[in-house]
Design a protein around this ligand. Structure first.
Ligand code: SAH
Ligand code: SF4
Length: 345
């Protein structure tokens, strides 16, 4: 399989360019073209022989948009096809404060959470930094944006566990925030993790300051273990300590995602324990009404029950909101993204 050329950052592109006997300034030209979503045939200010040489070893576009599914709410689910044939999904969401793309970091996921469609079938493979970037670049181009300016926010909340693919995901974030590149702000990038503790700490130590969300979903170790296998490896206590560490290192308020599951995590005790978990440092709880996933069978709650739970949290002094859900009618809501197969895609 040919490698995505955008797996190279600008420095590495300079090496590639030099190895093909081209002057250094070609790297900058190439970088611009790649970020704009152009294929080699469109890079008309580069010598044809150089483009041919590049295309023997690399692809300029790691994926193509196979299909789009517009939702009634203005969002849009997208089906991408990578050059090796793998099909994955993404979601575009228009927001008042800027357009957001929900980005996938792996084909499948090996974390096996009890409520999520992305993990069905396990992990197929990691996406490389250039392959993840290809989602942003392709959607941006589709929207008619130029050099990343159409999209202003990225949420790493599609299929995959970002911190289970640390090197590629952090390289992707560096590429997205590069000033000479797409120039996304760190604040405009949210990373959601099921809670791989050492990599939460590493992210802070490595100097990243993206908005960090933890998929909490339960308030005791037992309850969390029943929903998320990752909780068998890390206790709630050490997970929350890692989130506090992230705040201390970055100064960024952290987010807890809490999917409301009927009869499982909405008791008075849960409210009390959420108060304890969130006390004493800047954080926010995002309540999500669980989206139905056929194979999983867990049920969400009604709008009214969600509002009541929110009220109880707010009265107890917890900063919380109910997250607006996008793309329900096209299978594009949280936890509904899945790997597609040729037969039923
Ligand atoms: N792997 C990462 C990011 C992708 S999932 C993580 O788990 O955090 C993005 C968010 O959707 C997570 O908070 C996840 O717990 C949540 N989610 C998964 N399945 C869901 C469902 N059926 N309904 C609502 N939220 C769900
Ligand atoms: Fe993976 Fe996140 Fe889905 Fe869990 S919720 S299976 S970690 S994508």
């Amino acid at each position: 399989m040919r490698k995505a050329l955008l797996d190279c950052d600008l420095n590495e592109l300079e090496e590639v360019v030099a190895s093909m006997g081209q002057p250094a300034f070609r790297a900058g030209q190439l970088y611009k073209w790649l970020l704009s979503g152009a294929d080699f045939s469109e890079m008309t200010n580069l010598p044809l022989s150089f483009r041919n040489k590049l295309s023997q070893n690399y692809v300029a576009r790691a994926l193509k948009i196979e299909q789009t599914y517009p939702s009634k709410d203005g969002s849009m689910k997208l089906l991408y096809r990578y050059t090796d044939g793998n099909l994955i999904e993404g979601v575009y969401m228009p927001h008042g404060y800027g357009d957001t793309l929900c980005v996938s970091t792996q084909v499948g996921c090996r974390m096996g959470c009890a409520f999520c469609a992305s993990g069905i079938g396990g992990l197929v493979r990691n996406l490389t930094a250039g392959e993840i970037a290809a989602q942003v670049i392709a959607v941006n181009k589709l929207l008619g944006g130029n050099h990343g300016k159409k999209l202003s926010n990225l949420v790493l909340m599609g299929s995959g566990e970002p911190l289970d693919n640390y090197e590629n995901v952090t390289k992707f974030i560096r590429l997205m925030t590069a000033e000479d590149g797409l120039n996304f702000s760190s604040r405009g990038i949210s990373l959601s993790t099921s809670g791989i503790v050492e990599n939460i700490r590493k992210l802070a130590d490595d100097g990243f300051s993206v908005t960090l969300s933890l998929s909490l979903h339960a308030t005791t170790d037992d309850a969390r273990q029943a929903l998320m296998p990752v909780a068998r490896k890390y206790t709630l206590h050490e997970t929350i300590e890692a989130m506090k560490y992230y705040f201390k290192k970055t100064g960024r308020r952290v987010i807890y995602e809490y999917a409301l599951i009927k009869g499982q995590n909405m008791s008075t005790f849960d409210v009390k324990r959420l108060v304890a978990i969130t006390k004493g440092y800047p954080c926010h709880v995002n309540l999500i009404k669980l989206n139905y996933v056929e194979e999983k069978g867990l049920e969400g709650c009604s709008e009214q029950e969600a509002k009541r739970f929110l009220q109880r949290l707010t009265e107890a002094g917890v900063s919380a909101t109910i997250r607006r859900s996008f793309g329900n009618d096209v299978g594009g809501a949280c936890g509904q993204l899945r790997r597609r197969y040729e037969q039923n895609g």
